[in-house]
Write a protein that binds this ligand. Sequence first.
Ligand code: NAD
Length: 486
Amino acid sequence: MVNELQTLVTFFGATGDLAKRLLYPSVFNLYKKGYLKEHFAIVGTSRQKLSDAEYQDMVRTSISEGQDKDQVEGFLKHFSYIASDVTDAAGYAGLHDQIEAASDKFGVEGNRIFYLAVAPRFFGTIAQYLKSEGLMADKGYNRIMIEKPFGTSYETAEQLQNELTTAFNEDQVYRIDHFMGKEMVMNIAPLRFGNPMLNTAWNKDYIKNVQVTLAETLGVEERAGYYDTAGALLDMIQNHTMQIIGWLAMEEPKDFSDVAIRDAKNAAFSSLEIYDEKGANRYFVRGQYEASKTVAGHVAYTDEPDVPKDSKTNTYIAGELHFNTPRWEGVPFYIRSGKRMAAKTTRIDVVFKAGAFKFGGQQEPQETVLSIVVSPDAHITMSMNAKEVSDNFSTQLIDLNWAPTDKQKAETPAPYERMLHDAMDGNGSNFADWHGVATAWKFVDALSDVYAEDKAPLFPYDSDTMGPKEADDLLAQNGDAWVFKG
Ligand code: NAD
């Protein structure tokens, strides 16, 4: 059943790439599905001067291909626009009036969402002005949606957090990590908590290790300016990988509310071991891609346009995390992410211990794996020991598989649609909590410090491979191996 959501969303950065490419089509989908009907309004603002009609034209262009014309026009009536510079307090008075007028026109009582689709340096400033210039509703809710990145270190993240909390409480802050809105990432909880068989086994007694892989085949492309300051550690590990790990490592929440989920994740994050220089060298491997031996034109990272020749930026990171809780004692959580790898994939592999029962055949029971493949080709596979089809009693691994149909995939909401819906609905389950973000930064900062002082080797790897050999050795030291080999 579809419940109408009454809301007024203000998009800061309304003329930007994110708004046009992802946000407006998502809001339109919510309208088509009936979540948004009469009582909603969208106010756009950015520095650019546009009339309401010009703004509606812009939104029309971003959503209308192949859509019902009348529906598009009905939708666009809810959009209005005002130019303002977010750094100038004076501009907020006009925005205030625009929001009040749109609220009255569409009968939205309070219920304000402020979506910050602007450069991160503006996040804190906008939050503070929203409060000081009186833009918050005194009825219903006020929520703020924050784009990534949330800081560039623990220190900057904490500063941003302090600025936000002058105006908003934690339960009003929706920090976006679009990986959390992906269908298969959202499948971790139902698989874990919906199946007593798995839930009972989700601990050190049955799980040998957990692996999270976020591999890209692309190189740095046109993002060298940003990427060379971030590397894989900040670009993929601090945010997406750690958020996925949160679902895997968390304790069982007392119910499926967002508060209980955040509490359960925070309990796990609090137990994450932070490494010093010795730990960074023992448990982490950083790499940088060299030219490809197989694909022409795949040059070394340092030969990419705009990358300094002497860059030591990590384009690959693999590591082993430890959660010091009774549940996870001695269970390594392996993570890896890199550019120019042999395959593009986002996946989770949970390796279960092999049973001790002896059948006496040539092949005895082996470790089994639950694989949750997020993309591409989302699917879930669980391997099991079964009898080999032969006249002796050896065992073999068989696979139980599930994948959504093409129709289901086409109907699956895109992450931004889901996140906008959840924020309108007050469900913070799939947003990053400050405690988790803070822990991820502390963890990553400790590694960054070691790398900044060049106190860990930077291992080269050939483009179009699965990374440096040292990342395989990292697992081999524990008698483990990467499940996904490219
Ligand atoms: P963009 O440069 O395309 O758009 C920026 C917007 O901010 C424009 O509307 C611009 O007019 C407005 N703006 C700039 N300075 C302003 C000021 N002083 N006052 C008022 N408005 C101002 O940027 P984008 O790609 O849309 O990214 C926006 C945010 O979303 C960033 O934080 C980015 O990290 C994040 N993000 C973007 C994408 C994406 O695919 N584009 C994906 C994930 C996250």
